[in-house]
Design a protein around this ligand. Structure first.
Ligand code: FES
Ligand SMILES: [Fe+2]
Length: 303
């Protein structure tokens, strides 16, 4: 069972009888007990309080010791692709294909980490889409010893949500609705090399998925892949080391972003004075404002 919140509502994902993933409301129809505190048997999630059992379509199929007809809880459409389960928390299912979030060919996944963070998902996306902060914020981790460039730019096609950082060997993309993909040229983990990712022989690829749990909470799914050292992932406890490093990097950001959130709640504008290196973050905000305004044709979309 994977419990998670999305847009303030609690959900739980589990596998049904056909072993396909299903997502139902994480609240029992009887007396609102969280279902993920129970268990899954024969493809049904069982409430731990009085044992009511629900299938992946939300229908209550078993109700021990009593009988009531037509009981069900909300269920969301689910699709599994590239090792991720997508849910659609709306009414009409869009017909657009899902973007591929698999690592590029030649890359192996080395770490997959889930974190629950006490910040609004947009503030986290703003942070992930920004590299100019690295030599000031990440001074104990990956940007230790970086020089401060005289000018930092994000180079991108006129209407794109992807591009590369000048002068860093980092390609980056915002993938709607809440993902950031980045490829970093490195000589060894944590070390930056050269000015362009093409000139680097080894690379680290990252996927960040920022799920809007609630107004001040994000569920972050992080996946890290490398196009070298394929055996590294077989070293015992390597995942603990990756987790430690990911936590350390994120904590460097988090105290600042939590601070921004505090100011935002008190009325500050977090995009008060954008400059040239803020381009990708600003484009994300333009896209997101269009979504919130209910615009049919979204900016930066290909079709
Ligand atoms: S609260 Fe779930 S069965 Fe009673
Ligand atoms: Fe950061």
């Amino acid at each position: 069972m994977v419990p998670f919140d999305c847009f303030e509502e609690p959900w739980v994902i589990f596998r049904g009888k056909d072993s396909r993933a299903g997502c139902v409301q994480n609240t029992c129809a009887h007396r609102a007990c969280p279902l993920h505190l129970g268990s899954v048997t024969d493809g049904r999630i069982q409430c731990p309080y009085h044992g009511w059992e629900y299938a992946t379509d939300g229908v209550c199929e078993k109700m021990p010791s009593t009988h009531l007809l037509n009981v069900h809880i909300k269920a969301l459409p689910c699709v599994e692709q590239d090792g991720l389960i997508w849910v659609w928390p709306g009414n009409e299912i869009p017909d657009a294909p899902l973007p591929s979030l698999a690592p590029p060919s030649g890359f192996n996944i080395h770490a997959q980490i889930v974190m629950e963070l006490p910040v609004e998902h947009g503030l986290l996306l703003d942070n992930l889409l920004d590299l100019a902060h690295a030599p000031f914020t990440h001074t104990s981790t990956f940007a230790k010893g970086w020089e401060i460039p005289s000018f930092v730019k994000f180079m991108t096609p006129a209407a794109g949500l992807q591009g590369y950082w000048d002068p860093y060997p980092i390609d980056m993309e915002f993938c709607p609705p809440c993902m950031v993909l980045s490829t970093i040229g490195i000589s060894k983990p944590g070390k930056i090399e050269g000015r362009s990712t093409q000139n680097c022989s080894t690379h680290l690829h990252q996927l960040h998925v920022c799920i809007p749990s609630s107004r001040q909470k994000t569920r972050l799914l992080y996946r890290m892949s490398l196009d070298f050292a394929p055996l590294l992932k077989h070293i015992p406890f390597m995942h603990i080391l990756w987790r430690h490093f990911a936590d350390k990097v994120l904590n460097e950001d988090l105290r600042l972003v939590i601070g921004q959130q505090d100011r935002m709640v008190r009325g500050a504008n977090v995009w008060n004075l954008p400059v040239s290196y803020d381009k990708l973050g600003i484009r994300y905000r333009i896209w997101r404002n269009a979504v919130e305004d209910g615009q049919k044709q979204l900016p930066f979309s290909e079709s």
